[in-house]
Design a binder for this molecule. Structure first.
Ligand code: NAD
Length: 532
């Protein structure tokens, strides 16, 4: 479904804009309040006054569920409180573009007062939710505050004190771009998955009104994506600090962080500075950590340029660096304000790095989506040559990641599933000093080893490891184990972040598309992996 939704306080013009845009997009439009009135055969105000808010919300919920169940794309104007329940809101966010309409308080107040006067003469009734002893203006301010977190979970916020044509233009452009949304209340952010839209990063950054930017990239990306970086910097024309680190995981260190902090703080930075990560997962993990720590937290925009960072690393707010004791052991949760994944960047990505990204795609598919898994398995050889609809694959894969992050932002629950293959994978990377295997290659081998372990315990459906092995192989990834390396890596598993005492919460794919977390002892895991 690709619906267009309008939400916002009463009187912000949701129904008017929905009606205006419907013929332009050739879509039907639904007004949930009008639909409720049709179902209960009286006005919203009369139904609310006679039955109370609870009964009204129950009817409203059913109307929203029916809208969601209808596969035909449409434009929907919601009543101001229709999306207060998070489960409903998150289903809505997944099924189309949510536009939050805002009207300056004076204008909104006078519009609703005029509506009340009109009602006295037989016009549209003013919503019961606005009735309050303290007066309309105070009630509107109170509602705005109470609902700020819910309305923040929108793909777009639009001030409505402009010509309706201008508003409609802006909405139609966004609707065709189909951004995804990570709905995390005040930390919500859109994820733009596009194919060759070179102006988008500058447009997005300009819309944030930064005082300056700190752009972090690496030497390879600077060479391969020079035109994109230069065009972004030239278009923005604001003070900037560019930090170019040597490429590679071995530079994801506290020493590199010191370089970034020094450069940023020596430049023209303040609280309105935005950190931009322009590169793969290494660059973006560090850019996010810099943004989390500079001045105790400033805004961050992620522009992933590898497949791996598009399908995984750029979304979810995990940031950090490696240290001698292990990978990603120092870091912070800090969500970006925008993610811009333009698959055009993949044109220059070396084939080995493309395959490395496919490993994270296989991971997500194996965990949550059997159909995606079979699609990657079928198309793996073509994908590893750079042929295929990468924008669509990135979208599908990211939606799974977004669903998990929405449920469990700080990894206290099932977000740990996304670490499938990482206990062994990280240990392998570390044993090779982050130079022998790429992150994706190591995770691929980790998925295989951990699935074989699950099968040996009788937890995992027999044959699952073989399906994962075949899929990794067609995607051009290594599947053979070097047992000497595994033995060298084993001690490293003890510093895994998922360890608690002698045990570890190990994510397992029980059968393709179905996953669970099992508690296992470190000893059990290590000795099973080391047995021939
Ligand atoms: N934060 C998270 O949730 C998360 C999730 C998964 C992985 N990660 C992290 O991501 C990192 C791995 O990311 P990666 O695989 O993107 O590695 P990377 O950032 O090292 O990039 C791989 C290589 O490709 C080069 N490169 C990047 N974009 C290019 C382009 N468009 N054209 C040409 N060359 C390009 C880089 O310079 C580098 O040499 C690891 O550190 C891992 O821990 C983080």
């Amino acid at each position: 479904v690709n619906n267009l939704y309008f939400t916002g306080l009463p009187g912000t013009g949701k129904s008017t804009l929905a009606r205006f845009i419907a013929p332009r997009l050739g879509l039907a439009h639904v007004d949930t309040d009008a639909e409720i009135e049709r179902r209960v055969a009286c006005s919203v105000a009369d139904y609310w006054n006679a039955n109370g808010e609870r009964a009204f919300r129950a009817v409203e919920r059913q109307v929203v569920l029916d809208v969601l169940a209808d596969p035909a794309p449409k434009i929907v104007a919601f009543g101001g409180g229709a999306l207060l329940s998070s489960d409903l809101r998150h289903q809505v966010v997944r099924s189309g573009l949510v536009v939050h309409l805002k009207t300056p308080p004076d204008l909104l107040n006078s519009r609703l007062e005029a509506q009340a006067r009109g009602h006295a003469l037989g016009g549209k009734s003013v919503r019961p939710i606005l009735a309050a002893a303290e007066g309309l203006r105070a009630r509107l301010a109170e509602l705005e505050l109470a609902r700020a977190e819910f309305y923040a979970e929108s793909h777009m916020t639009l001030w409505t004190d402009d010509e309706i044509e201008t508003l409609a233009d802006a909405v139609c452009v966004k609707y065709t771009q189909r951004p995804l949304l990570v709905p995390l209340g005040p930390r919500s952010y859109p994820v733009h998955v596009v194919s060759n839209e070179p102006h988008l990063p500058a447009d997005v950054l300009a819309s944030m009104g930064p005082s300056s930017i700190v752009l972090l990239t690496d030497t390879n990306v600077t060479l391969a994506r020079r035109t994109s970086i230069e065009s972004l910097l030239t278009t923005l024309a604001i003070p900037r600090t560019v930090v170019t680190l040597p490429a590679g995981e071995s530079h994801k260190t506290t020493a590199s962080m010191q370089t970034i902090w020094d450069a940023a703080l020596s430049g023209e930075m303040d609280r309105d500075t935005v950190v931009v990560g322009f590169g793969g997962g290494v660059v973006n993990d560090m850019a996010g950590f810099a943004a989390a720590t500079l001045l105790r937290g400033i805004r961050f925009v992620s522009i992933p340029t590898t497949l791996l960072s598009m399908v995984d690393a750029s979304v979810g707010g995990k940031t950090g660096v490696d240290c001698t004791q292990g990978k990603n052991l120092i870091g912070a949760f800090h969500q970006p304000s925008h993610v811009i994944a333009d698959v055009a960047h993949l044109e220059t990505l070396p084939s080995r790095e493309l395959c490395s990204g496919l490993a994270e795609l296989v991971k997500t598919a194996a965990l949550f989506d059997a159909a995606l898994f079979h699609c990657v398995r079928k198309q793996g050889a073509a994908l590893s040559r750079g042929e295929g609809d990468f924008a669509e694959l990135v979208r599908v894969c990211l939606q799974h990641k977004i669903d998990v992050v929405t449920r469990d932002e700080r990894e206290t629950g099932d977000r740990v599933l996304l670490n499938f293959g990482h206990t062994v994978g990280h240990a392998l990377e570390r044993a090779l000093n982050y130079e022998g295997l790429s992150h994706g290659e190591a995770v691929g081998l980790g998925m295989l080893a951990e699935t074989k372990f699950g099968e040996s315990r009788g937890w995992v459906e027999a044959g699952t490891a073989e399906m994962i092995r075949e899929t990794l192989k067609v995607c051009g990834l290594p599947t053979e184990f070097d047992h000497a390396l595994l033995a060298k890596a084993a001690p490293g598993m003890r510093t895994d972040k998922k360890r608690s005492g002698d045990c570890i919460r190990l994510p397992l794919v029980m059968s393709v598309g179905r996953s669970e977390v099992r508690r296992v002892t470190m000893e059990d895991l290590v000795s099973a992996l080391l047995s021939p």
